[in-house]
Write a protein that binds this ligand. Structure first.
Ligand code: ZN
Length: 63
C-alpha cells in the first residue's frame, strides 16, 4: 500500500486509523491532531489542512 495523502507516492509505513500514510504525513497529521485537541489551541476544524486531505478516507469521520 502507498500513502493515501494526495499526490504523495511514498510507501505507507504507518496507519492513521484506516488510512495508509507514509512516515512524513503520519507525523504531520499526528502533530496537527495534537494541536487541534490542545485546550488552549484555537484551531478551527477547517484549519486542519492535512487531516482534511485524508478525512474522506476515514469512514467514521466522513462528515
Ligand atoms: Zn505521504
Amino acid at each position: 500500500m502507498g500513502c493515501n495523502y494526495p499526490k504523495c507516492n511514498e510507501k505507507s509505513s504507518k496507519r492513521c486509523t484506516l488510512v495508509h500514510l507514509c512516515q512524513q504525513h503520519y507525523e504531520m497529521i499526528d502533530k496537527e491532531t495534537n494541536d487541534y485537541y490542545r485546550p488552549t489551541q484555537e484551531m478551527k476544524y477547517e484549519e486542519r489542512k492535512h487531516f482534511n486531505q485524508i478525512k474522506h478516507l476515514i469512514p467514521w469521520r466522513a462528515s
